[in-house]
Design a binder for this molecule. Structure first.
Ligand code: SAH
Length: 397
């Protein structure tokens, strides 16, 4: 155990349960040496504030786990947190129509740096620092003790020289024969927990996808940009869309999107799946005067392609101005971002700016943020990262 002195300014913040240990809060950063060390935060009189662990995650140095001086960070601590998280999701486990969801969401469930997802009897742990990775065995034991599970897989999302290490993600149990088919709102998805950093489906957009199916798809033409495996296109098609166009520059997107259509018995040949840069597609669509009833924008926070880098913070307004041009009057844009650097108010301001720039009228129709299984910590706003705004383009008169 190491004592870490906290800068006076921030002592109350941590006493009140703020979970994220950031650099400016720490008086002597050099004393932190080995990731995974249990640390006691103390004030300038060496009075106990809270206990946590040291782990480097982006700009962070670890997470506070308890403000109780007598609480030990051991196997029973992890069992208690994970079992509380499982209990909170009992309605998800009971669902017949949804078999993939988040079981444990980092600091929202009491342990920053760790998430656990459930994919139809398989569990996927994601470790966001080498520090939390030191607790892997304890976490695996807890999952095995508390659940019925066929196997456990892992993702290591921490600094390994800037590159995702694509090694075997199998941890324990009986190996799955991937892809496995999970259900979400009764729709099928092929997922693979042992093929790179992503699984084939982003679980946090479940409610947005369902909303598109229910309210926005019937009889419509849909442009799905940054489409990945085409999950939005599949939902729109299930909701009666006339046609979907999915655009993603990654080569894997084409076969993966075809697969998602096929596991739902949908004829993918009635749809377009394009392997290309979204911005090139926009140029092409403008030339061909293509417009759509529904345009979905769900870019990554940062992306580097051969010709350009895209960053949500710098480039979302111009992405929107392109999208507005491609949207029919009375059409709808679904603007989404998972960038944690600004909140939904700021995001709406960016949308307003884009519509002003092109001189078009709009209405905010509805917004979505994280679903219930992606529980977040009330004092850690960055954890509430998802922002999805449905915007209607209204005619200029
Ligand atoms: N909207 C998707 C998730 C997007 S993940 C879903 O709902 O499942 C981000 C995707 O953007 C990745 O598949 C990546 O290949 C793609 N991408 C990044 N930059 C791009 C660009 N300039 N043009 C097209 N696709 C891009």
């Amino acid at each position: 155990m190491t004592q870490v002195k906290i800068n006076n300014k921030f002592v109350n913040k941590f006493r009140n349960g703020y979970p994220h240990l950031f650099k400016e809060a720490i008086v002597d950063i050099d004393q932190l040496q080995e990731e995974g060390t249990i640390i006691d935060l103390v004030d300038q009189h060496d009075q106990f504030i809270g206990r946590g662990y040291y782990g480097r995650q982006n700009k962070g140095y670890g997470w506070l786990l308890t403000n109780d001086k007598d609480e030990k960070i051991n196997q029973s601590f992890f069992i208690q947190k994970i079992s509380a998280a499982l209990a909170r999701r009992s309605n998800f486990f009971a669902s017949q129509v949804t078999t993939a969801f988040r079981v444990f969401n980092g600091e929202g469930d009491g342990i920053g740096g760790l998430t656990i997802d459930y994919y139809a009897d398989y569990f996927l742990m994601t470790f966001y620092s080498d520090g939390i990775y030191q607790f892997k065995e304890i976490i695996v034991n807890a999952i095995q003790q508390l659940t019925v599970c066929k196997a456990i897989y892992e993702k290591k999302r921490f600094d390994t020289g800037g590159k995702y290490i694509d090694d075997d993600d199998f941890v324990t149990g009986e190996r799955a024969n991937f892809p496995i088919i999970i259900k979400e709102n009764g729709i099928h998805f092929a997922v693979d927990l042992n093929d790179g950093p992503m699984t084939g489906l982003f679980l946090d957009q479940r409610e947005v996808r369902q909303r598109i199916l229910d309210q926005y798809a019937a009889g419509k033409t849909v442009l799905n940009t940054f489409s990945y495996t085409g999950a939005f296109s599949v939902y729109a098609t299930m909701g009666g869309a006339e046609k979907t166009v999915s655009v993603d520059l990654a080569n894997r997107s084409l076969p993966k999107t075809i697969e998602q259509f096929q596991v739902n018995d949908l004829d993918y040949t009635k749809h377009e799946i394009r392997t290309m840069d979204v911005f090139n597609y926009f140029n092409y669509a403008v030339k061909k005067q293509l417009t759509f009833d529904l345009v979905i924008l769900d870019p990554p926070s940062f992306a580097r392609s051969k010709k350009r880098t895209f960053s949500v913070a710098k480039d979302y307004v111009s992405l929107l101005t392109d999208a507005i041009a491609m949207t029919k009057d009375q059409g709808v844009i679904v603007a989404s971002t998972n960038f944690s650097g600004f909140n939904i108010e700021k995001f709406k301001q960016m949308i307003t700016k884009a519509f002003r720039e092109v001189g078009e009228q709009y209405q905010f129709v509805e917004t979505f943020q994280l679903p219930e299984d992606f529980r977040y910590h009330p004092q850690f706003e960055e954890g509430n990262y998802l922002k999805v705004v449905f915007i209607k383009k209204v005619a200029n008169h």
